[in-house]
Design a protein around this ligand. Sequence first.
Ligand code: 5RP
Length: 220
Amino acid sequence: MTQSRTEENKRRAAQAALAEVRQGAILGVGTGSTVNCFIDALIQHPGLVRHAVSSSEASTARLGAAGIEVVDLNQVSGLDLYIDGADEADPGRRLIKGGGGALTREKIVAAAARRFVCIVDESKLVPVLGRFPLPVEVIPMARNLVARELRSRGGRPVWRQGFVTDNGNQILDVHDLTISDPLRLEADLNQLVGVVTVGLFAARPADVLLIGSDRGVQKR
Ligand code: 5RP
C-alpha cells in the first residue's frame, strides 16, 4: 500500500465519520493524522458541533484554528460521541492506541463518551493485536522499574527518547508482546506502579469501526 493510498483511505474513513455526528453534538476529538482529516472535514459544516473536548494539545490547536470551540472535559456532563483513530484494531474492535503519544487523554475522553467511533484505514486491521508496539505512558522516575516488569512479561520495552507527553510523562513502546487476551493484559499492566496508561483499549473498545479502503468505507 503506497503512502498516498493510505492517506486517501484515512480521508475516506474521516469523511464517513461526519454522518455519525448529530447536529449540536458535544464531541470528543482524538489525535493523529486520520483525526486531522476529520477536523478538516468538519470545517465544511460550521455549527454541526456545539463544543469539542480534545484529547491533545495538537488537536486543540487544530480545532481552534477551525473555529470549533474546545471546552474542558470538566465543563460537560458527558460526551455524545468520540471520534478517534487507532494504530491497530482487532475483530472485537479492541485497539492499540498511543502511536501519537496521546493515549492517556484519549482513554479519558473515550471513557466519558456514550459512543466511540474509530476511524482507520484498512492497514490498521489485524487478527490479533501486538504487531504495533504497545505504548505505555509512565511517570518518568518509574521508567526503568516499569521496563523491568514489562520484560518479565516477555515484552521488549523501548523508551521513546526525546518525547514528552502532554501530561509531562514518558512513553515505553513495548515490542514482542503476545496479546492473546487484551482485556487481561490491560488490567495487568494498569496495576503496575508507575504506569499512567496502557495503550490497549480492550475494557473500552470502539463501538463502531469505520474502515477506509480502495473499495470505499466499511462500517463494522
Ligand atoms: C494517537 C493515536 C492515534 O489515534 C494513532 O496513533 C493513529 O494515528 P494516525 O491516524 O496518524 O494513523 O492513538 O495517540
